[in-house]
Design a protein around this ligand. Structure first.
Ligand SMILES: [Zn+2]
Length: 438
């Protein structure tokens, strides 16, 4: 096409040899672009539309330098070629960026950056592919849509990596292989929440010793759960017909510790780390809060704290803190007799001893002593002990021995010390169900 004026927006853009920033990252997609290849893939019209847009953005950069992560602008060289340059030269300098004015990075550096960029692209594609295969294995997920525009262009354009629907809830998975900027994460979270959809970030590997900001942010925002996908997730999903992800979590719990001062074994709060496959249908989804999790951190911390107080009540005969905690858990103030406090503490210590396989509240590592103590001295708590251990599967018949085995047998025959079974302490029902949920 001939033009009177020498500008044709449909013509291919050209680049220039004096490139300032050779590789850039598109912030919204995480994609890494080799500028030398990318600029000629654009028309002059596209480049000239993009230039003012990059300059107008004050906070959210659309393109950043792949090497130092600082925002870049498009510029035009006197020879007609286009190139990217840092918006703030001082930032790149401070960051020790390889791409700086009047300096050209060595070939080895260029190769290394190029290799990193390509590898990231490949990892991103692989992660997306794994997610799609996991969802396809589970018929309850709608056919996944991969990298399709999510909604209108009005609020800027978004491309969720993998979008699907679970039981009527739109769920969007974003593959996370590079350090996406916290601002982008925050914006996307709000975007999907406002549309009643759940956004789940998926990593392709666990962070090593150094956690990046993004790992930490994602982990904490999601009740201390972080999701990773690998081939094993796909295999398990296909084998069972249930979508599985690998989940790294830190769950609040208690652990036993022997006090050096008096040799007593008490409980203390801890975080139990785990990294294993979890079925998607086992997760509790909350689009309002943007979480997909197996447990609630605050709730489990509360349970751990209560168990610690039970072990201290038993070890030190200190009842006040435990009584106060029970009142606060039940949401009312009422007097609790010393015998009920002791019974409750002995009950919880016996269950925890069975669970952790270590005596709790005493000096004795033996776990059976605590069980027999409840039987002999806290008759109204004994029925709770048998039924709770049974409910949470902690005391299988084959593992019962000696006096404890006989006592449980008697209980199942409806007998206690040759008489009737004492009625279980009624006030404990609610608390037990909370402390040991299904
Ligand atoms: Zn840079």
């Amino acid at each position: 096409m001939r033009h009177a004026l020498p500008f044709d927006p449909g013509a291919r853009a050209t680049t220039t040899d004096s490139l300032q920033v050779g590789m850039v990252r598109r912030v919204d997609t995480g994609e890494v672009l080799d500028v030398e290849d990318w600029i000629p893939s654009q028309t002059l019209g596209q480049i000239h539309a993009l230039r003012p847009d990059l300059r107008q953005r004050r906070e959210a950069a659309r393109f950043v330098c792949f090497c130092c992560g600082h925002p870049v602008l498009l510029k035009k060289h006197a020879n007609g070629g286009h190139f990217f340059a840092h918006k703030e030269k001082g930032d790149a300098e401070k960051a020790g960026c390889l791409y700086q004015d009047g300096r050209s990075p060595g070939l080895a550096d260029i190769d290394r950056l190029r290799y990193q960029g390509q590898r990231e692209g490949a990892r991103h594609r692989r992660t997306k592919d794994l997610i799609a295969r996991i969802l396809r294995a589970d018929a309850r997920f709608a056919e996944p849509v991969i990298e399709q525009v999510w909604t209108s262009f009005s609020d800027g354009w978004r491309k969720p990596d993998v979008a699907s629907k679970w039981d009527g809830l739109p769920v969007v998975f974003e593959a996370q292989v590079s350090n996406t900027y916290p601002q982008i994460v925050a914006e996307r979270t709000v975007f999907y929440r406002d549309r009643g959809a759940l956004l789940v970030w998926i990593f392709d590997q666990l962070p090593d010793s150094a956690w990046r900001t993004l790992h930490a942010d994602t982990f904490c925002a999601n009740q201390q759960h972080l999701f990773v996908v690998d081939e094993e997730c796909v295999a398990e999903s296909e084998r069972t017909g249930r979508a599985h992800l690998r989940c790294y979590s830190q769950r609040p719990d208690v652990e036993v510790v022997q006090r050096p001062s008096d040799g007593r074994i008490v409980l203390q709060p801890t975080l139990v780390e785990s990294f294993k496959l979890v079925a998607w249908d086992q997760l509790t989804l909350n689009a309002e809060r943007q979480t997909a999790c197996q447990f609630e951190v605050a709730e489990d911390m509360r349970r751990a704290r209560h168990k610690v107080l039970c072990s201290l009540a038993r070890a030190d005969y200190r009842h006040n803190d435990l009584a106060t905690d029970i009142c606060s858990l039940l949401g009312r103030q009422f007097p609790i007799s010393a015998s009920n406090i002791e019974g409750w503490a002995a009950l919880v210590c016996a269950i925890e001893a069975r669970r952790l396989n270590m005596g709790v509240g005493t000096k004795y590592v033996n776990t059976v002593g605590g069980l027999n103590l409840v039987h002999d001295h806290h008759p109204h708590f004994f029925p709770h002990l048998v039924t709770t251990l049974d409910r949470i599967g902690l005391d299988p018949e084959v593992q019962r021995t000696g006096a404890w085995a006989m006592r449980v047998n008697e209980f199942h025959k409806g007998r206690y010390f040759g008489g009737e079974i004492p009625p279980p302490h009624a006030g404990s029902e609610q608390l037990l169900k909370w402390l040991y949920p299904e």
